[in-house]
Write a protein that binds this ligand. Structure first.
Ligand code: NAP
Length: 290
């Protein structure tokens, strides 16, 4: 039974392939990428396809039983639902039985700048549910790995970590934890028609910083920041990503402030074990940095 991972050259894709390595024969694992040179995983069947091409994706998915479709990244001017629809159309055409979609865990509303991003994922889920494919939706928590980078920068630059999250609580998981649950769902039966929040401990920004300080030996202080200052800062730090991404990332903290990431976890139902604690994942991050 062949399992394919699309967008396999990204952070999540690589991590899913790594976990599949221990759960599924590499010869029956397909990595679908736009550019094989960007794939670091070896021993798997590498096929080339862009989400923009139904024809190429159909060829890439021939003979595959289960597809793990990793959501396309936010790129200004890109219709991500159309890209995801292409992958589903190709999966149907290629005779794929099941599609597992990596979505996002949030219950935001139109009052936040995060809502459009959430809606793209919900619209994709709706297309998938009526696609005729057997489906599983995995709603991923926020990546701990990304925020840890900023806390590290704060540790080095003056000990203040600032964003608009305020007192809102959110669940963070490492990409590795999300990938473990994704790989387990891909290789295990009984998940058809299920929507799982892949979430864990819910913490405030101050609590996240407190635990990071303990694990990394920092003395970082959390301070809330206005939404306007956050957009300006993201534009300064990553001008190449553009205003859409600066607004989306700021919207993420708006949604956090409003409790839209404080959700029940279905991680254990998906992965067969509870998620790691925040403390344990921070220790994993420390071990990886050594
Ligand atoms: N939960 C969270 O906190 C969080 C955070 C960030 C992102 N996300 C979402 O989760 C997804 C996976 O995260 P990630 O960290 O793995 O992202 P990533 O490292 O940026 O990787 C994105 C992947 O998408 C591929 N890709 C981009 N456009 C494509 C297209 N048109 N057709 C086929 N593949 C395409 C890229 O291929 P190339 O290598 O060829 O560029 C790459 O493999 C993201 O795309 C985003 O939707 C979630």
């Amino acid at each position: 039974m062949s399992i394919a991972v699309t967008a396999a050259s990204g952070r999540l894709g690589h991590a899913v392939l790594a976990h599949l390595g221990g759960l599924h024969p590499p010869a029956d694992t397909v990595a679908v990428v736009r550019d094989p040179a960007r794939l670091r995983t070896t021993g798997v069947d590498v096929r080339r396809a862009d989400y923009a091409s139904v024809a190429d994706m159909t060829v890439a998915l021939r003979g595959v039983h289960t597809v793990v479709m990793i959501s396309a990244p936010v790129v200004s001017g890109t219709d991500r639902v159309a890209l995801h629809r292409n992958v589903m159309a190709a999966a149907r055409e290629a005779g794929v039985s099941r599609l597992v979609f990596s979505s996002i865990a949030s219950e935001s509303d139109e009052s936040t700048l995060y809502f459009p991003t959430q809606q793209i994922n919900r619209d994709t889920e709706a297309v998938l549910r009526s696609s005729g494919l057997a489906w599983t939706v995995l709603r991923n928590a926020l990546y701990l790995d990304l925020d840890i980078v900023h806390i590290f920068a704060a540790g080095a630059e003056g000990a203040v970590y600032s964003n608009p999250g305020g007192d809102g609580r959110a669940s963070y998981l490492t990409i590795d934890e999300l990938a473990y649950a994704t790989a387990k769902v891909a290789v295990t039966g009984g998940h058809e028609g299920k929507t799982y929040n892949l979430t864990g401990d819910c913490v405030s920004q101050a609590e996240l910083v407190r635990q990071a300080n303990e694990v990394f030996g920092f003395a970082v202080r959390y301070e809330p920041m206005s939404d306007e200052a956050s957009i300006e800062r993201f534009m300064r730090l990553m001008p190449h990503r553009g205003m859409d991404v600066a607004r989306m990332l700021t919207g993420c903290f708006q949604a956090m402030r409003k409790g839209h990431f404080d959700l029940p976890s279905h991680f254990e139902a998906a992965a067969g074990r509870p998620p790691k604690s925040l403390r344990a994942m921070l220790e994993d991050c420390r071990a990886r940095r050594r």
